[in-house]
Structures are given as structure tokens and as C-alpha cells.
Write a protein that binds this ligand. Structure first.
Ligand code: FES
Ligand SMILES: [Fe+2]
Length: 324
């Protein structure tokens, strides 16, 4: 099992962090506390207090004179600034760093990290491009799933699971696969899927159905291993649904969605919560099936349209090969 060390991971979008509210994130089996101060700066430290091990993410923030803030341990209230330095009671001088800050790379509202590893591939700039073109609708489905990274990526590149995993949501009658463009760690898939016709009354019972077109024209853009973007058209305008993945440990993978929509459509704004709700159901259904498969089972049957999964497996192998 591999967590693809050396890849960049998007730990969060800034909207997921409330000002001065410490939050726990996990990467490669380590827990960190990240927080955003009121100057907009985002900081990260290991989550284990070096005094007696309390979780700093359970504490709070204190703003310093310059507007930056320190995280305060909930146990004995030691304050750690963003460099990991503290002032011990009875002294008035800051210590040397007691915690090694987590390396964060901030691009606009996007908070990336390689953990403590040497970068193997660059951070894709596609999210910044999308943020420039579309309006940010929100984040949803921030879920920690009991599964390894590879199983999570496989389901995200599996074009055949709609009728099993997502059967009640989409009722897809067939997958018409058009093309798969393989560019190493970047790829694109194009397919369309007619959905079963629904009457107005059926839709009324499941109002999310109003958002779905009769034929879902799917264009997926994949940035191995951290990001899958679904570009779709709904009756209310274009959307870019960005699925993110973070390997929390060998057996836990976090996923969440950042949703962007075409800025010009006022209806899309009104339907913001419906769009987010629909995306959330999709992720819940994926998480549900991931908990019900034997992830190390050998695959003895192959279906058509599995090129996305072949791409994932090939890239895992390439990643692990020593570079000459
Ligand atoms: S455990 Fe953090 S201050 Fe004591
Ligand atoms: Fe799915």
C-alpha cells in the first residue's frame, strides 16, 4: 500500500477555516493543527502539545499585537506561535521552536502541502484557473473514509459504478464512453450518460432530480493523485465540481468537494444548497460502498470502460519506480 509520498495535497480551501478556529488535519499518519488568523495567514503545527500531549486542535487562538495568532493548548494553556515557540510561565522570553511547523503552500484560497516530503511533482494551477473563471459555490462532503488511497482513487475513476453505487440518484441507462486522453499524471475522460426519464411528480419527490439533465455530458479532468474535476452542464448552467483526496493514513482517506459554478447564472446561486446537497449524496454513496468491498481482493473480471482505473493503477506503479 502506498500513500504516494512526494505528491501535493490540498488540505483545505480557506473557506473551510474560520478565523482563529483551530482545526485538525491528518496527512501520512500525522495529525496537525491548522488555523487562519485575522490577517488571512494560515499556519500549521503538529497537533501534539509538547508538554503533555493534548490535542492543540481542541484549544483556541490568541491574537498577538501584529494581528497574527497563536494556538493555545486546551490542557495547561501554553500558547504556541506559528513558529512553534512558546513562553513558559515564570519567564518572559520566547523559547526556541518546540514544534516544527508544517510546510504549507498557499495559492489564492488553496492550502497545499507535501507533508514533510520532497516534492516529486508540481502543484497543479488548475484550481486557481477555475477560481478565476467560475464563482465559488462552497465546499461539501468533507469525509474521512476508512479506505486506502488507491481504493478511493479507483472509485473516482470508475465509469461503471453509477448503476450500482449511485443507482437511486442517477438511474443511468447506459454509459456512452467517448474518449480517454492519457497524458501521464494528467488525463481527461469524456462520456455521456442518458438518465431514465422522470415525470414531474417523480422529480418533486426527489427535488435534486431537477438539477440533472436528461443526458449527463461528463468531462472529467484528472490530476493524479490529488484531484478529479467534473465539468458538467445542468439545466441551470455550468459547474466545475472538484473532488479532492488526502491520504490521512494507510487506512484512512479524506475526500471533499469544492463546487464552482458559472458566475453569470442567478438561478445557480439560488440553488446553491441543492447543488451542494446533491454532491454530498454522491460522496456518501461512494464512502458507503468503499466500506463494503474487500479492497485487497484480486480483480478477476474486467469490464469495458475501465481505462480510468487502469490509468490509476499504472500511475501507482510508475510512482513507486525509482527514477534513473
Ligand atoms: S499539555 Fe499542552 S500545555 Fe500541558
Ligand atoms: Fe461515485
Amino acid at each position: 500500500m502506498s500513500m504516494l509520498e512526494g505528491a501535493p495535497w490540498l488540505l483545505a480551501h480557506k473557506s473551510m477555516l474560520q478565523t482563529n478556529q483551530p482545526q485538525k488535519v491528518s496527512l501520512y499518519g500525522n495529525d496537525y493543527v491548522i488555523w487562519q488568523d485575522k490577517t488571512g495567514q494560515v499556519n500549521g503545527l503538529p497537533n501534539i502539545c509538547p508538554h503533555m500531549g493534548a490535542m492543540l486542535s481542541e484549544g483556541w487562538c490568541e491574537t498577538e499585537a501584529d494581528g497574527t495568532s497563536a494556538v493555545v493548548c486546551p490542557f495547561h494553556a501554553l500558547e504556541f506561535d506559528r513558529h512553534g515557540c512558546t513562553i513558559l510561565p515564570g519567564t518572559d522570553k520566547k523559547t526556541l521552536p518546540q514544534l516544527k511547523p508544517l510546510d504549507l503552500i498557499i495559492q489564492g484560497d488553496f492550502i497545499w502541502s507535501y507533508g514533510d516530503y520532497q516534492p516529486k511533482i508540481p502543484i497543479p494551477d488548475i484550481l486557481e484557473q477555475i477560481a478565476g473563471k467560475y464563482e465559488f459555490i462552497g465546499f461539501t462532503a468533507n469525509t474521512s473514509v476508512e479506505t486506502d488511497l488507491r481504493s478511493m482513487l479507483l472509485i473516482m475513476h470508475d465509469y461503471n459504478h453509477q448503476n450500482g453505487t449511485h443507482r437511486d440518484l442517477f438511474e443511468i441507462t447506459e454509459v456512452r464512453f467517448e474518449k480517454f486522453i492519457d497524458n501521464g499524471y494528467h488525463s481527461e475522460a469524456f462520456f455521456n450518460t442518458p438518465t431514465a426519464p422522470k415525470t414531474f411528480w417523480e422529480k418533486l419527490k426527489q427535488p435534486n432530480q431537477f438539477l440533472l439533465p436528461e443526458v449527463i455530458q461528463a468531462h472529467l479532468e484528472n490530476y493524479f493523485p490529488s484531484l478529479v474535476i467534473f465539468y458538467g452542464n445542468s439545466p441551470f448552467g455550468k459547474i466545475a465540481q472538484c473532488h479532492l483526496f488526502v491520504p490521512e493514513s494507510l487506512t484512512k482517506t479524506r475526500t471533499y468537494i469544492l463546487l464552482f459554478g458559472e458566475a453569470s447564472n442567478p438561478l445557480a446561486k439560488l440553488l446553491k444548497n441543492q447543488f451542494l446537497g446533491l454532491s454530498k449524496i454522491v460522496v456518501e454513496q461512494d464512502a458507503g460502498i468503499l466500506n463494503k468491498i474487500y479492497s485487497d481482493a484480486p480483480q478477476k473480471i474486467k469490464l469495458n470502460n475501465e481505462m480510468g482505473m487502469d490509468w490509476v493503477n499504472r500511475n501507482f506503479t510508475t510512482w513507486e519506480q525509482p527514477r534513473i
